[in-house]
Design a protein around this ligand. Structure first.
Ligand SMILES: Cc1ncc(COP(=O)(O)O)c(C=O)c1O
Length: 410
């Protein structure tokens, strides 16, 4: 029987579905199951001792401030630190350009809240980040897709999509979630040029940019955009909104992300955030600032790069050894994910069922395609499992895929 509340849901509530990832994550709690499903960092590299010491210092030296309400924009020393750090990557901004959010997921939601009217079309890569689709669907967004390949969003097909009139473009240029692919330098230029030509702004989501395991760092879209303007302003006022997070470099449980945007947009986001949570946890912001001072975060990122890079290599080697030749997969230069493609006639959801029987899990790729497709694809995380489990889990997956293939052929 329905509760009275269910008759009172708003229209947008009917557009909300529970995330396929969240549904699947319940399987990761089965004993002995090896999960490549979540986008979880490795718990063994969480800086527990350093965070413990930072909490201690914050409470001892500024305890009453840390436990008090604070400004919606975020803790100023942290915003200053983000501005300085961004400058190293060529993003010339001031704290006026920065809003601290409760994870970059909140930034996605707030952008939906201030930008999306029901029926607005958002131009996204296909596949793209599932929780952005989820957040924006609730505001009534429709999606226009541009396919991904090994060089990121295929900009040859961008112009046609731009002609449909999207409100903004959402792009994940570095080690994309879910494919692990990176937008090439040439395509970054093309994206900015076309976006400018059609007068469509860009939202750049970059949680993984610092987690590169090989090759040269590529400039962000926001950097290329600011260079192409160079209006002499210390404050960025361009066409790109940039998002990043401490979730992958420090710890996701802190729920700390940030938005870089023109100050006018930051002002609107601040108003939207006030209605959501007033401000991001003061204590967490102060602890993140405290732990990051004196170069710790830089050293820690080096460690993460080493550990995750090794895990990626291990996974790729295990796939070479155990996956049937009918399967293809990406070779990401960074980030947390690989993307597998089964033969067209196979369904990754069926493969998952066989995998779960063999105590291994991944995420089927279909929900990452906002306009459909991708039934034969799968997202596989390589950061979270231990080296032993990566080897054992990929062996189990290889066997499960082999079993499904044999059934399909029979
Ligand atoms: C592309 C992308 N954007 C945003 C997020 C949200 O990150 P958080 O809210 O932890 O900062 C994630 C998390 O995995 C992600 O992959």
């Amino acid at each position: 029987m329905k509760t009275p509340w269910e008759y009172r849901y708003a229209q947008r509530t009917q557009r909300m579905g529970s995330s396929a990832i969240r549904e699947l994550l319940k399987y990761t709690e089965l004993p002995d199951l090896i999960s490549f499903a979540g986008g979880l960092p490795a718990p063994d590299v969480f800086p527990v001792d350093e965070l413990n010491a930072a909490c201690d210092r914050v409470l001892r030296e500024q305890g009453t401030k840390a436990l008090q309400y604070s400004a919606t924009e975020g803790y100023l020393p942290l915003r200053e630190m983000i501005s300085r750090h961004s400058a190293r990557y060529g993003i010339k901004i001031t704290p006026e350009n920065v809003l601290i959010t409760s994870g970059s997921q909140q930034a996605l939601d707030l952008l939906g809240k201030i930008l999306i009217d029901p029926g607005d079309r958002i131009l996204v890569e296909s596949p793209t980040y599932l929780a952005a689709i989820q957040a924006w669907k609730a505001y009534g967004a429709e999606f226009i897709t541009v396919p991904m390949d090994e060089n990121g969003m295929n900009t040859d097909q961008l112009e046609e999509a731009l002609r449909v009139g999207p409100k903004f473009i959402y792009v994940l240029p570095n080690f994309q979630n879910p494919t692990g692919e990176t937008l090439s330098y040439v395509r970054r230029g093309k994206l900015i040029e076309l976006a400018d030509q059609y007068g469509v702004p860009i939202v750049e989501d970059d949680p993984y940019g610092q987690l590169r395991y090989e090759g040269e760092h590529l400039p962000s879209i926001v950097v290329l955009d600011s260079q192409s303007r160079d209006d002499g302003h210390p404050c960025y006022r361009g066409n790109v909104i940039y998002l990043s997070t401490f979730s992958k470099t420090l710890a996701p449980g802190l729920r700390l992300g940030w938005v870089v945007a023109p100050p006018e947009v930051i002002g609107k986001l601040v108003q939207a955030k006030q209605g959501a949570d007033l401000h991001t946890a003061t204590f967490n912001q102060m602890v993140a600032y405290e732990v990051s001072r004196g170069g710790f975060l830089d050293r820690h990122v080096q460690l993460i790069r080493k550990v995750y890079g090794e895990r990626r290599d291990l996974m790729l080697a295990a796939m070479d050894r155990y996956f049937p030749p009918e399967v293809e997969w990406t070779h990401p230069k960074g980030g947390l994910f690989l993307w597998g493609t089964l033969p067209d006639y196979m369904d990754a959801a069926d493969v998952l069922k066989t995998c779960i029987k063999r105590k291994v899990a991944f995420v089927p790729g279909e929900p990452f395609h906002p306009t459909g497709g991708g039934k034969n694809t799968m997202r596989i995380n390589f950061s979270n499992a231990t080296p032993e489990n990566i080897h054992a889990g990929i062996q189990r997956m290889g066997e499960a895929i082999g079993e499904r293939l044999a059934k399909q052929v029979a």
